[in-house]
Design a binder for this molecule. Structure first.
Ligand SMILES: Cc1ncc(COP(=O)(O)O)c(C=O)c1O
Length: 411
């Protein structure tokens, strides 16, 4: 298997820049928000903590995470929480414990199907409804679950990403309700990946599967996106009573693979998950910045003839050049991989092709991640965070101009 496409594009951008090639970095999904100084101060204060601590996480962290979910309408006890070095390894351990086949949305984040493949589990991708990314169309999901059952290999799990990566959208409450009904009907565990939940831009209504089926749903989250702490590696899973055996199995995997999350990071996370007033304006500002730049970039793609579902959460968008298929074909572009390659090699714009997200190769879709435009260093990123019109800051405006020009030359 190749290295995860999101990490590979990041290395490719670094390689191009080292070789002196100008590159507009829209490939890697890093939040690119400066770390809040109080988090830095607390990390330094906890640096002396060299002990491993309990496998599932320090008691104060488990309590804080339980409070985080309880405040979101999903009653949670500390005993139901397992923390790990990011939500990614927790998802892997969950897939391992739940077994296959697994039903995923199409398109979906690159790592779900890759993790299932590493485990030797079958992963089937079920198309999403337009504008409701991250959640398999309930009707097609039901049909797929029925087919697998009839073939004697029933699916164990359906995964949803709420809000979604790659589309930057949030599935509507009625779609979630229908999905939950299908999960009940076919006895599927639901994994709800909610790592972008705190980055909903406006007043979009969100219903999480755990609010509907608290006992059937396993939820994952982390601080990588809302507080831009991806490199600190801290994530959490809520694994309710019904899935007690899964929780035990995840803890076994944790004990044999990573032992425990890094103790100093846990100490800071225990504070951050209480959502202290010191951090709230920081998250609020990052939400506003992500929303404003995502909408600006969406406008640029729309002007170039792509269809884009308006981004409502997180920091991605997923333009589709279906309407420009003939012109692109004339330039030898027939797949999303061609499209991403030509954009990078000929125009210096790095994105990821839809095919990396399990989409059909011929669908001319790109996953676009604008946050790396916020700045090359923390000074620029703080300015972007503070600005009411970040798209006018020279380093952001310059990149947007290059993107506009590249797209106009492409089509
Ligand atoms: C949808 C989704 N889930 C999970 C993750 C993993 O995040 P982490 O392991 O940093 O918690 C990411 C990161 O890109 C993501 O986009």
């Amino acid at each position: 298997m190749p290295v995860s496409p999101t990490l590979a594009i990041s290395q490719e951008i670094a390689r191009r820049r080292a070789a002196g090639l100008d590159t507009v970095a829209l490939g890697f999904g890093e939040a690119s928000i400066p770390v809040h100084p109080e988090l830095v101060r607390r990390l330094a204060q906890s640096a002396h903590r060299g002990d491993y601590g309990p496998v599932a996480g320090a008691p104060e962290l488990l309590e804080a995470v339980a409070g985080y979910w309880t405040r979101r309408g999903v009653a949670t006890t500390a005993a139901e929480v397992v923390c790990g070095p990011g939500s990614k390894p927790l998802l892997y351990a969950l897939f391992q414990a739940l077994g296959g086949p697994v039903l995923l949305p199409r398109p979906c984040w690159v790592s779900y199907a890759a993790q299932a493949a590493l485990l030797g589990h079958e992963a089937l991708l079920v198309p999403t409804l337009p504008g409701h990314g991250g959640v398999p169309d309930p009707e097609r999901l039901s049909a797929e679950a029925a087919r697998l059952r009839a073939e004697g290999r029933p699916a164990t799990t359906v995964l949803v990403t709420l809000p979604d990566n790659p589309t930057g959208t949030v599935a509507a409450p009625d779609v979630i309700s229908e999905l939950c009904a299908v999960a009940e009907e076919h006895d599927l565990a639901i994994i709800s990946d909610e790592i972008y939940l705190d980055l909903v831009h406006g007043d979009t209504e969100v219903l999480t599967p755990a609010e509907v089926l608290a006992d059937r749903t396993i939820t994952t989250t982390g601080l990588s996106k809302s507080l831009a702490l991806g490199g600190w590696r801290i994530g959490a899973a809520r694994i309710p009573e019904r899935h007690e055996a899964v929780r035990r199995q995840v803890t076994v995997a944790a004990s044999e693979i990573w032992s425990a999350p890094a103790q100093p990071v846990q100490q800071v996370a225990a504070w951050a998950f209480t959502e202290p007033p010191e951090l709230a304006p920081h998250v609020e500002a990052s939400r506003a910045l992500h929303g404003r730049i995502a909408r600006t970039v969406a406008g640029i793609f729309t002007a170039a003839g792509a269809e884009v579902a308006p981004p409502t959460a997180g920091f991605y968008l997923y333009p589709d050049f279906a309407g420009r298929r003939d012109e692109l074909a004339a330039s030898g572009i027939g797949t999303s991989a061609d499209l991403a390659r030509v954009l990078l090699d000929q125009h210096g714009v790095a994105t990821l092709p839809g095919v990396a997200f399990g989409d059909l190769p011929e669908r001319l879709a790109l996953r676009v991640a604008p946050p790396m435009l916020y700045g090359r260093d923390d000074d620029q990123r703080w300015q972007a965070l503070a600005s009411k019109t970040p798209e006018e800051l020279p380093w952001i405006a310059d990149s947007l101009a290059v993107l506009r020009e590249a797209l106009s030359r492409l089509v």
